[in-house]
Design a protein around this ligand. Structure first.
Ligand code: WTA
Length: 657
C-alpha cells in the first residue's frame, strides 16, 4: 500500500463546498443529473450515442467487443478519419472562418489560424508525407516545440492512417532514440529549435545525436523533416534531412481523407512504468475520439461558438494530445497555443495571454498554480481575467489551498474548477465534476464521468468501506482505454490486469468519502509525480548506475512544495574510481541524469552514502529513504540487515537541510 496514503488533507465534515451558481447551471451543457443513471444503465448505448456525433465514413454496428479481455474493441466495424473529424467536417459545416488557434510564440510573434487554413495546411502536409512513403501502419516520431506545425504534423499523420509517437522536446537523445527504436519509426518530424525561457532550445542536434547512437538496433528512420523555427544553425544530412518549408511548396491543399477502421492505431505515447523501460501506450481512433470529445465538451461545459479555450500542457504529454489537439479540435474549439514558459519574460505572461485573447476556459496543473501562488497574487491581479468562466486542473491531486487560490485569484471567486483525474492509459477524463451539476469539494476529483464506473478496493479486490484508503480500479472497459503496450501484450496484461481480472488497476490509491466522492491519494507503485509528470524510480536509478563512478543507487519521490514530488537520489560511489569525489558527485550526477533521460528527471538532491538500507534479502527499503528525504522520523527499521545505516543517512540529510 502507498506510503502516501493520508497525506492529502481529508475533507472535513462541514467544510465549505461550492455548488454551481443558478446562472451557470441554467446554461450548462449538462444540467440534468439523470445523465448519470441513464449512462450507468446502459453505458454502451451512452457511448454509442456520443460516437454517432462524429462523422463515420462507414457507420459502426458493433459497440463494445470484450470477448477477449483485456483487449477491448470499440465500434470495430466502423470506419472514420480522425483528422477529417477535426477539420474538414467543420469547414464543410460552414465554420471554416472560425479560429482554430491563436498561436503565441514565446518571443511575442503571433499567428491566427482558422479551421479552413488549418485544414489546408494539414492536407498539404499529408501530401508531403505521402511522397515520403508514409502510409497506414507506419510510425512517425514527432519531436517538436509547441508550434502550429506540431499539431499539423500530428493531424497529417492521422489523416493517412499512420501512427504518431510524439516525444516531449525536453527528452534526451537517448530517450528519443529508444522510443524511435521501440516503434521502428520511419520518419522523424522535428524543428531546428524552439523558444524556451528567452532563448532558442535546439532540437535538431538532439535528433542527430539520437540517430547516430549505436544502440544495437538497426536504424529504422529514412527521413527527418525539419521545421524552421528557432533559426539556430543546424546541419542537414544529404538525402536524409529535408526542410519542411522547402518540401511543402511542392504540394497542394487537395487531399481526400480516407476512412480507417475504428481500431486503427492513432498514436503511441511513452510513459514511465515501474521498471526502467518506458511503456508505449497504444491508443486507437474511434473510441479515443469519442471519449476525448465528449469529456472535453461536458466537463469544461464547452460552447464552441463563443469559448476561447487554453490548455497549457505540452503536446508531448497525453494532456496535450487529448485536450489540446483531438478533443478540442473534434469539437470545433477556438484555442490558444503558447510556445513558451509561464515566466518568460516574467510571471505575467500567462495572464497577459488570457487577457489578450479573452480566454474563457483555462486548464493547467497544480504545480503551475502553486508556482504562481509563490510569486503572489499581485501579478495576475494586474490583468483582466474576467473572461474566465471555467477552470481545470490535472496531473496530481490539487491541494485545497491551491484550489481556493485558483478559484479566487484566477477565477474571480466564481469559476467552477474541474479537477480531472485520468492517465496516459485512460486517454480521456475518467473522474471529474460536471460544472453545471456538481457541488465542488476542493481537493477531490469527485465523480466518474457518465458511462464510466470506478471503485476503491482492497488488495483482494473487495470494495473498501467509505472513508478507507484502497486501490482505484475501473470496473468496465471504456472507449478511450489503452489497447496494449506497443509490441508487448504480456506487459500490458501484467501491468494492469493481473491483479483484478478484467477490472483495470490504475496504480493510484484512493478513498471514497461519505458522499461517494473520490479522493486520489497518489501512486501506489514506484512511479513518482514531479510537476504532474510521471517518472519511474527504476529508470532514474538505472541512469545513475550507468555512470562509471556509481556502484548503487536508490531514488525516491519526496514531497515538494511546488512540484508535488521531487526526485531525491542516494548513491554509493565505486571505491576504485577517480571520476567523482563526494564533493563534485552531486552536480555531475544531476547533469548525467538530465542528459540520459531529460531535464525533467534531474534530481533535486543527490546524497552520496556508503550504504543503502536493505532488508536481509537484499531489497532496498525506499520507504525509509523517503522518510529521511522528507525530514521525517524514519519508520520501522527492524527488518534492515544493518539497522545503523538509516541513522547515518538521516544525519547526512539533516546536515544539508
Ligand atoms: C496522477 C496525466 C490526482 C495520477 C493526465 C495518475 C492525478 C497519473 C490527477 C497519470 C488528478 C493525474 N488528481 N491525481 N486530477 N490527474 N493524476 O499518465 O497519479 O501523465 O495515475 O496522465 O497522474 O499521469 P499521466
Amino acid at each position: 500500500m502507498s506510503d502516501q496514503q493520508g497525506t492529502i488533507e481529508s475533507h472535513p465534515l462541514g467544510a465549505k463546498t461550492y455548488p454551481p451558481s443558478p446562472e451557470f447551471r441554467a446554461a450548462a451543457n449538462q444540467q440534468d443529473p439523470s445523465i448519470y443513471w441513464r449512462a450507468a444503465e446502459d453505458p454502451e448505448a451512452y457511448w454509442a450515442e456520443q460516437a454517432r456525433k462524429l462523422r463515420w465514413t462507414k457507420p459502426f454496428t458493433e459497440i463494445l467487443d470484450w470477448s477477449n479481455p483485456p483487449f477491448a474493441k470499440w465500434f470495430a466495424d466502423g470506419e472514420l478519419n480522425v483528422s477529417a473529424n477535426c477539420l474538414d467536417r467543420h469547414v464543410e459545416a460552414g465554420l471554416g472562418d472560425r479560429v482554430a488557434f491563436h498561436f503565441e510564440g514565446e518571443p511575442g510573434d503571433t499567428r491566427t489560424i482558422t479551421y479552413a487554413e488549418l485544414t489546408a495546411e494539414v492536407k498539404r502536409a499529408a501530401n508531403m508525407l505521402t511522397s515520403l512513403g508514409v502510409q497506414q501502419g507506419d510510425r512517425v516520431a514527432i519531436y517538436m516545440p509547441m508550434i502550429p506545425e506540431t499539431v499539423i504534423a500530428m493531424l497529417a499523420v492521422a489523416r493517412l492512417g499512420a501512427t504518431h509517437s510524439v516525444v516531449f522536446g525536453g527528452f534526451s537523445a537517448e530517450s528519443l532514440r529508444s522510443r524511435i527504436d521501440d516503434a521502428a519509426a520511419k520518419l522523424v518530424i522535428t524543428a531546428d529549435g524552439g523558444f524556451r525561457k528567452g532563448r532558442v532550445s535546439a532540437l535538431k542536434p538532439t535528433v542527430d545525436d539520437a540517430l547516430s547512437l549505436d544502440t544495437g538496433t538497426e536504424l529504422s528512420v529514412e527521413h527527418v523533416l525539419v521545421v524552421e523555427r528557432g533559426g539556430n544553425d543546424v546541419s542537414m544530412q544529404e538525402g536524409r534531412d529535408l526542410w519542411w518549408h522547402e518540401e511543402i511548396t511542392a504540394f497542394d491543399a487537395e487531399h481526400t481523407a480516407k476512412g480507417f477502421p475504428a481500431e486503427n492505431p492513432l498514436f503511441i505515447l511513452y510513459t514511465s512504468g515501474t521498471t526502467g523501460r518506458p511503456k508505449g501506450i497504444v491508443h486507437t481512433s474511434g473510441g479515443y475520439l469519442t471519449q476525448t470529445s465528449t469529456t472535453h465538451r461536458d466537463a469544461f461545459d464547452l460552447k464552441p461558438e463563443t469559448d476561447v479555450y487554453w490548455c497549457t500542457a505540452d503536446v508531448g504529454w497525453v494532456t496535450g494530445h487529448s485536450y489540446a489537439v483531438y478533443g478540442p479540435l473534434a469539437n470545433g474549439t477556438t484555442q490558444v497555443l503558447y510556445e513558451g514558459t509561464p515566466d518568460t519574460p516574467d510571471w505575467g505572461r500567462w495572464w497577459e495571454i488570457v487577457q489578450k485573447y479573452g480566454v474563457t476556459i483555462f486548464y493547467t496543473a497544480p504545480t503551475a498554480i502553486r508556482a504562481c501562488m509563490k510569486v503572489g497574487r499581485q501579478v495576475p491581479e494586474q490583468y483582466d481575467l474576467s473572461s474566465i468562466r471555467v477552470l481545470g486542473s490535472v496531473g496530481e491531486p490539487i491541494n485545497p489551498e491551491a484550489w481556493r487560490w485558483y478559484r479566487e485569484v484566477i477565477g474571480a471567486g466564481s469559476a467552477p474548477i474541474v479537477d480531472t483525474w485520468w492517465q496516459t492509459e485512460t486517454g480521456a477524463f475518467m473522474i471529474s465534476p460536471l460544472p453545471g451539476l456538481t457541488t465542488l469539494k476542493p481537493g477531490s476529483a469527485q465523480i466518474a464521468q457518465p458511462g464510466i464506473a470506478v471503485n476503491v478496493v482492497d488488495d483482494a479486490g473487495n470494495p473498501v468501506e467509505r472513508g478507507q484508503g484502497g486501490l482505484l480500479i475501473v470496473e468496465r472497459p471504456w472507449p478511450s482505454m489503452v489497447r496494449t503496450i506497443w509490441g508487448d501484450d504480456q506487459r500490458f496484461i501484467d501491468t494492469y490486469w493481473s491483479k483484478f481480472g478484467d477490472r483495470y488497476f490504475a496504480g493510484d490509491g484512493a478513498r471514497l468519502d461519505e458522499d461517494g466522492d473520490v479522493w486520489l491519494l497518489g501512486r501506489v507503485d514506484d512511479v513518482m509525480n514531479v510537476s504532474g509528470h510521471r517518472l519511474s524510480t527504476a529508470e532514474i536509478e538505472s541512469a545513475l548506475v550507468e555512470h562509471h563512478a556509481v556502484a548503487e543507487a536508490a531514488v525516491v519521490g519526496a514531497d515538494d512544495e511546488t512540484t508535488g514530488q521531487a526526485v531525491v537520489a542516494f548513491v554509493i560511489l565505486k571505491s576504485q574510481q577517480h571520476l567523482l569525489t563526494p564533493e563534485n558527485a552531486e552536480g555531475e550526477l544531476k547533469k548525467h541524469v538530465a542528459s540520459q533521460i531529460g531535464a525533467i528527471a534531474r534530481p533535486r538532491q543527490i546524497f552520496v552514502v556508503s550504504e543503502l538500507p536493505k532488508t536481509r534479502s537484499g531489497k532496498i527499503m525506499r520507504r525509509l529513504l523517503k522518510d529521511a528525504a522528507e525530514g521525517r522520523e524514519v519508520g520501522d527499521t527492524t527488518t534492515l540487515a544493518d539497522t545503523m545505516v538509516m541513522q547515518t543517512i538521516s544525519d547526512r540529510v539533516r546536515a544539508e537541510r
